[in-house]
Design a protein around this ligand. Structure first.
Ligand SMILES: *Cc1c(COP(=O)(O)O)cnc(C)c1O
Length: 218
């Protein structure tokens, strides 16, 4: 845990009115508690099992964000305590979150994960798919999920211009959705290596692990 880096980062996010999600994947409950005690209440995990095993060990007012791929068969387990799901990438998944949330009388804010990077990955919607999902009758009839915004990850590269271009294109898409009648509030983009570029390009939420906790082993 790097206190000086955390303080600087928290100050930076505060100044720029950006929400800081501390990404705690691979970190122990003890490590997370130390960061919590310095005032950080929002944590992000990318694996359901890992989030579920830490959650009962930690204070109740932590806002847990799921930032990694979610399988439909795990939705039921996370909806009772998850604060936000940032990684929605199909109508099928959104439908399941809605139906499980309805059963326990919750409305869960979600972000649609948009694939903006050059890298090939199975995860994330294209811009066309995102638009189609948001406009679908099925999604518009869901009462127990709130499509609160978009999440995207830039290509892992040294090429700052490419990263900037990808973030800028997601921000343009975000603005266009809102001009076309969506009410998106959150634009989640930026990690340890690229959060300043993301904020310059209009991010409202950054997801940061290594800067706070140090490099991850493995
Ligand atoms: C791990 C992870 C992060 C944070 O990565 P750092 O480089 O440690 O800041 C952000 N977003 C997602 C989706 C992640 O899986």
């Amino acid at each position: 845990m790097n206190w000086k880096m955390y303080d600087e980062l928290a100050g930076y996010c505060n100044t720029h009115r950006v929400t800081l999600v501390a990404v705690s994947k691979t970190r122990s409950a003890t490590e997370i508690l130390r960061v919590y005690e310095s005032g950080q209440k929002i944590f992000g995990e990318n694996k359901v099992q890992e989030m579920m095993s830490k959650q009962p060990l930690l204070p109740n007012d932590i806002q847990w964000h799921l930032i990694g791929h979610l399988q439909t068969n795990k939705v039921k387990a996370v909806v009772p305590f998850v604060y936000m799901i940032q990684s929605v990438d199909s109508l099928r998944l959104l439908t399941e979150i809605n139906s499980q949330s309805q059963k326990i009388n919750r409305t869960i804010p979600v972000l649609l994960q948009v694939h903006i990077a050059r890298e090939e990955t199975k995860f994330g919607l294209s811009y066309e798919e995102t638009e189609e999902l948001m406009r679908s009758k099925a999604a518009s009839e869901m009462k127990n999920v709130l499509i609160h915004g978009l999440m995207g990850m830039a290509t892992l590269t040294e090429d700052q211009n490419l990263i900037r271009t990808e973030f800028r294109s997601l921000k343009n898409f975000f603005d266009r959705c809102n001009r076309d009648g969506s009410e998106l509030q959150v634009l989640s983009m930026g990690m340890s290596s690229d959060y300043k570029i993301a904020v310059e390009e209009g991010s409202t939420m950054v997801r940061i692990g290594s800067v706070i906790f140090g490099e991850r082993a493995g």
